[in-house]
Design a protein around this ligand. Structure first.
Ligand SMILES: Nc1ncnc2c1ncn2[C@@H]1O[C@H](COP(=O)(O)OP(=O)(O)OP(=O)(O)O)[C@@H](O)[C@H]1O
Length: 247
């Protein structure tokens, strides 16, 4: 089991148990993530990557163990943590514009009664600009391509100005232009000190996109700097597969 202590952890998980009825997926998971890294969560289908994210975010009933974000339980720091789900599923006729969707990302910091004002609209505009979609601001969200929708989801997460961004497969089904834009945005965020946790499937780009890696196989089997962790030896030990892309 990986149990690496880091200085200034942004995420700290201790003794996490999570899964579904009659299907315990994660058992006694403990790890820490340092501030300002892009952490790739890597593992085969069914290894428990999405389950890990959901359990950490308190979305799975029956989860036990301790999860701290930015030194607090999530309930205390919700506005500082953004979650970007795997995809935005919606009725294509849903009458909401790209700008509206991005503006939703500012709601967590607003509280129950306040409505988004000038500041929030400016943040949403900046976020949309960052993902290079300003020209589509007034489009109904249903008219966008899959890759453009992923960028809107990212802009929505950015509009809340998070310190920690949790993403479930941000490159799933996106075109090359969108992938490049998302990667550039993640690099910019990292340069600003934002920590990024992302489930990542493409083993060929792990070393390029991530500076830390967690190898997940019904637990976090290995976690650490990418070059030391994403190695052929570890891939073989944890998953039983050697991989050419790894050193
Ligand atoms: N809602 C659910 N109810 C019951 N079992 C589930 C549910 N969701 C996932 N599982 C099971 O939990 C295990 C882990 O699934 P999970 O989706 O976390 O894996 P993953 O690593 O994210 O996979 P993928 O790469 O295919 O997205 C699998 O055996 C899966 O079948």
């Amino acid at each position: 089991m990986a149990n690496l202590s880091v200085s200034d952890p942004v995420v700290r998980v201790r003794g996490l148990h999570a899964g579904y009825r009659n299907n315990p997926v994660l058992t006694d998971v403990s790890f820490e993530v340092p501030r300002g890294v892009v952490l790739g969560i890597v593992g085969p289908n069914g290894a428990g990557k999405s389950t890990l994210l959901k359990a950490m975010l308190g979305l799975l009933p029956g989860t036990t163990g301790e999860v701290r974000f930015l030194d607090h339980p999530l309930s205390r720091v919700r506005a500082r943590v953004a979650y970007m789900p795997q995809s935005l599923t919606l009725d294509p006729s849903f009458p909401v514009t790209v700008r509206d969707v991005v503006l939703m990302g500012t709601y967590a910091g607003l509280g129950w009664v306040k409505r988004p004002g000038k500041t929030e609209r400016a943040r949403a505009a900046t976020a949309l600009d960052t993902v290079k979609l300003t020209h589509l601001a007034e489009r109904p969200i249903g008219e966008l391509s899959g890759g453009q929708r992923q960028r809107v989801l990212l802009a929505r997460a950015l509009a809340g100005q998070p310190e920690l961004l949790v993403m479930d497969e941000p490159f799933q089904g996106v075109d090359a232009t969108s992938e490049t834009t998302i990667v550039e945005t993640l690099r910019e965020l990292r340069a600003q000190g934002v920590t990024i946790l992302m489930v990542h499937h493409d083993l060929m780009t792990v070393l390029d996109y991530c500076d830390w890696v967690a190898l997940v196989n019904h637990g976090v089997a290995r976690i650490g700097p990418a070059k030391e962790t994403f190695t052929a030896k570890n891939l073989e030990t944890v998953f039983g597969i050697p991989h050419l892309g790894a050193a």
